[in-house]
Design a protein around this ligand. Sequence first.
Ligand code: ADP
Ligand code: MG
Length: 227
Amino acid sequence: MIRINNLDKYYNKGKKSEQCALNDVNLEFGNTGLVCILGESGSGKTTLLNAIGGLDDFSGGSIEINGTKLTGYSPKLTDAIRNEHFGYIFQNYYILKDYTVGYNVKLALNRYDLTEEEKNDRVDYILDMLGILKYKKKVVSKLSGGQQQRVSIARALLKAPNIILADEPTGNLDRRNTDEIMKLLRKMQSEFGQTIVMVTHDMRLTEEGERVVTFEDGSIIGDTKGS
Ligand code: ADP
Ligand code: MG
């Protein structure tokens, strides 16, 4: 459960270039489903996702994640929440391009007290689910964009987080790969039952969502079920 109360975010506060990116945002997500955050470029979507995911500070208000309330930037607390609850998927994949698929995905288990065999089993299981087990020993840079995004999804899912934060996960993909990745996210969601919060500027993609929250200029202007 994520509960956001009166969230504000200013960039360059107090300076001439001050920019209000989130303006008194109130929002609550339940425990399952695909929630789409829709809005044009610059509407505050990434700012919101980064605040929820503890990747950036916010200026006012609070964010409660499964019972832990954040009222500001607290690295210790956010680190713990990040490790325990979140998986991240980004537009640019953020994977190590010169390393193999298997290496990249296994990294997510680094801090876990598991044997090498247990780690390998988990990695194989998730790669298989995402249809990329055959690329395990391939260097990431040799894969297509759609395959690379599957690698980052595998990495995000590996620790079985209960919340996946996805920022324009198909932003760099063509239509066919976009549709495939969306289907995959949908399938993973029904399989594992996580909450997926997905940011997009593409209305078409929100059709997959249980809920669509629309942003404009840092404020919510709509909150509806997907069609
Ligand atoms: P979106 O993801 O919807 O495109 P963002 O959350 O990235 O929107 O940006 C919201 C607003 O905040 C925009 O006006 C953007 O220019 C501004 N902004 C984003 N990041 C920064 C930053 N690091 N410094 C200053 N302004 C920023
Ligand atoms: Mg963005």
